[in-house]
Structure formats: structure tokens, C-alpha cells
Design a protein around this ligand. Structure first.
Ligand code: NAD
Length: 342
């Protein structure tokens, strides 16, 4: 177990079980040096306890790196709830999780993530103040995440094409959820043409009607001839199977942990595909949640989010000059800020 700590530079790992509400939860705190650890709570099924531990540790570390490069005063943390096959009382489960969060005295602040809803955070809020992104607190992260990805795509176009204009640019979006759909709207308004894919055909149809998009089946999205591939669905989709299919020269989307393994970032670099590191381009939601907690006005949140484009530009330039993959440059910059060993 302590090897995991050392490997990830982790500072705390907390386990909590409450049989009366079916809660089995783990909270990982990677770092609190820049502020309280902030990161969402996932509620998903895991094949084993070890899988859940590895997931929460990896995600908490990612949040520290994300907060450092987004320049928000937070450390990195994450929570998982091991999803029971059927949840008997959803409200009780999240209230119990709220008590667990509260027991850490504010060193960890929670928010929504895969498998959790703003309404679940309302239940968490009944038990703790250390939560952001409830129904009525105006801190819904998804629209701002989409804005950050939009700015990141423009920065990537500027780097590859010398102009950030979206006119005549073809973008393939995988996943039309909270972020993907909002991104499609921004891109359509800016003049891009869209090919989209989602497991839910109704979301595709809505994109066809509203944004004049073309839909393709989920397995076809990788080989759509396009300028930009924007993964906004799930992680690990850049791998040995998908990379050879890609025809784009830019990958820029919101999904977390897009690279199956770090070597896949190098494979993209070798193919001259510019990859916008996921935790840099998708930091808008973190900015919203972090600054929202401090009641910073929405205009300043927008401003900080648009700055994601400048951070990416720096990473792209360094990658070109040093001939090193963008994900390695990003990690190096974050580790410098966090004063971690490279
Ligand atoms: P969501 O659950 O609302 O949407 C995900 C969408 O992807 C769903 O519509 C789902 O049907 C679709 N999908 C799943 N598998 C697919 C496949 N194989 N092919 C095509 N579509 C598929 O999630 P979201 O909030 O929009 O987040 C999207 C991604 O961005 C996630 O990886 C999330 O972790 C990441 N992210 C989200 C935020 C945020 O603010 N919501 C912030 C940072 C990162």
C-alpha cells in the first residue's frame, strides 16, 4: 500500500464503510500545499477494491496537476463510492458520504463526477459545507468545461494552422453529454462543421437538428476525416487500436485520462498529431467550482477559463522546440509548480 503513496506522491488515503446506507467510499488527498484538495466524487462499479484504490489515487494526483496548471488555489483530491448493484436509498447514501467528507475537516472538498448528479451534491450538502456544485449554487462545471475546450481547440488550430478561425474546420465529437453538447453549440456558432457520435441516438438527432451535424456510429468516429477529434465521452480511447485510425492532426476534448498508457502520447507525437493534454484543456469545470466557492464573479471565471488557451499554447511551443510529447511537457510544468521530483 505505501508503495502507492510513494509512487503517486500521495499524502492521505481514507476509507469509510457505513453498512446502514450501503456506503463504501475512499477519499484520496494527493496534496494540500496550494489549498484544500478539490475533486469530484465518482460513483461507479469496480471489479475489485484494488481497482477502486488505483482509480482514486490516480485521479487525485491528476487533480493536483490540473489545479496547478489552471492556477487555482487548490490541492488535488478525489473520492469514489463503490456503486452497489442496486441503491436502496440514494439520498441516505449521499448524506452518509457527506458525513465522511465532513470528518476530514475541509482538507477535501467534493463535487460531481461520473455517476453523480448535482442533486446528489444537495444531499451531501445536508451533512457538510465542503461541497461545491449543488443544484442552486450556480457552480455547474460543465458549460465552463466546454468553454475551456473551445478555447483549447482554437489554440491548437492557431499552432497548427497559424489561425484560430473555425470557418471550414471539421470537428468530430465523441460523446454529446453535458460537455460535448455544449461544445457542439459553441463550435457550430463559430462556423465549424460537425460530425458527432453518442451511444444515445436522441442526442445525435438533436445535434443534427440544431447544429446541422452529421452523425456516425460510435465505432466510426475514429476514422472520420476531420481536422480535430474531440473526445468528450470516456477515457482510455487513445490506444493501439484507435490511433492508427485517426486522420486528424489535432486531438482536443474534455474526457479525462484519454491516453490508455503514457506511451500513447508519444505515439501521437510521432504521428504529428497535436494532443491537448486532457487535464489542461478540461480544467474549466475545476476553475468554476474552485472560484465559485470563493464567490468570484462569473466574468473573472470566464477570463481564467479562456486563459487555458494560453497555457496550451505554451505547452505546444515547448513540445515543438524540445521535440517532446505534449503530455510530458504538461506534467513537467505541473511538477515544477508543485515542486515534485520529475
Ligand atoms: P456525460 O456523462 O454527461 O456525457 C458523456 C456522454 O458520452 C454520454 O452522452 C454518453 O452516452 C457518451 N458516450 C459514452 N460512451 C460513448 C462512446 N463509446 N461513444 C460515443 N459516446 C459515448 O459526461 P460529461 O459531464 O459531459 O463529461 C464528459 C467527459 O469529460 C468525461 O470523461 C468527464 O470525466 C470529463 N470531464 C467533464 C467535466 C465536466 O465539467 N462535466 C469536467 C472535466 C472533465
Amino acid at each position: 500500500m505505501f508503495e502507492k503513496f510513494e509512487h503517486a506522491n500521495l499524502s492521505e488515503l481514507h476509507f469509510h464503510v457505513d453498512e446502514s446506507t450501503q456506503l463504501q467510499s475512499i477519499i484520496a488527498i494527493h496534496s494540500t500545499t496550494r489549498g484544500p484538495a478539490l475533486g469530484g466524487c465518482r460513483c461507479v462499479e469496480y471489479a475489485s477494491d484494488d481497482d477502486a484504490i488505483n482509480d482514486v489515487v490516480r485521479l487525485a494526483k491528476g487533480m493536483s496537476y490540473k489545479a496547478a496548471l489552471a492556477d487555482v488555489p487548490q490541492g488535488g483530491g478525489k473520492a469514489v463510492i463503490i456503486k452497489p448493484p442496486t441503491i436502496n436509498d440514494r439520498n441516505a447514501l449521499y448524506q452518509s458520504f457527506g458525513k465522511f467528507v465532513d470528518s476530514l475537516g475541509g482538507r477535501y472538498i467534493t463535487a460531481v463526477d461520473s455517476g453523480t448528479l448535482l442533486s446528489d451534491m444537495d444531499q451531501v450538502h445536508l451533512a457538510t459545507q465542503y461541497v461545491s456544485g449543488c443544484t442552486d449554487d450556480g457552480c455547474d462545471p460543465s458549460p465552463i468545461t466546454a468553454l475551456g475546450v473551445f478555447c483549447g481547440i482554437k489554440a491548437a488550430l492557431r499552432h497548427q494552422r497559424g489561425t484560430s478561425s473555425l470557418e471550414n474546420i471539421h470537428i468530430a465529437i465523441q460523446g454529446l453529454g453535458n460537455v460535448g453538447f455544449a461544445l457542439a453549440e459553441l463550435l457550430h456558432k463559430a462556423g465549424a462543421s460537425l460530425t458527432v457520435s453518442d451511444l444515445d441516438i436522441r442526442k445525435q438527432q438533436l445535434c443534427e437538428q440544431r447544429f446541422n451535424a452529421t452523425s456516425v456510429a460510435p465505432e466510426e468516429i475514429y476514422h472520420v476525416p476531420c481536422d480535430v477529434f474531440s473526445p468528450c465521452g470516456l477515457g482510455a480511447i487513445l490506444n493501439d487500436n484507435t490511433i492508427p485510425q485517426l486522420t486528424c492532426d489535432i486531438i482536443a476534448g474534455s474526457a479525462n485520462n484519454q491516453l490508455l498508457e503514457l506511451r500513447h502520447g508519444d505515439a501521437l507525437h510521432k504521428k504529428n498529431i497535436l494532443y491537448a493534454p486532457d487535464y489542461v484543456i478540461n480544467a474549466g469545470g475545476l476553475i468554476q467550482v474552485s472560484l465559485g466557492l470563493k464567490h468570484i464573479n462569473q466574468q473573472d471565471i470566464f477570463k481564467k477559463t479562456t486563459h487555458i488557451g494560453n497555457t496550451l499554447q505554451r505547452i505546444f511551443e515547448r513540445s515543438k522546440t524540445d521535440n517532446v510529447s505534449t503530455h510530458i511537457i504538461a506534467d513537467g510544468l505541473a511538477e515544477d509548480i508543485l515542486q515534485l521530483k520529475h
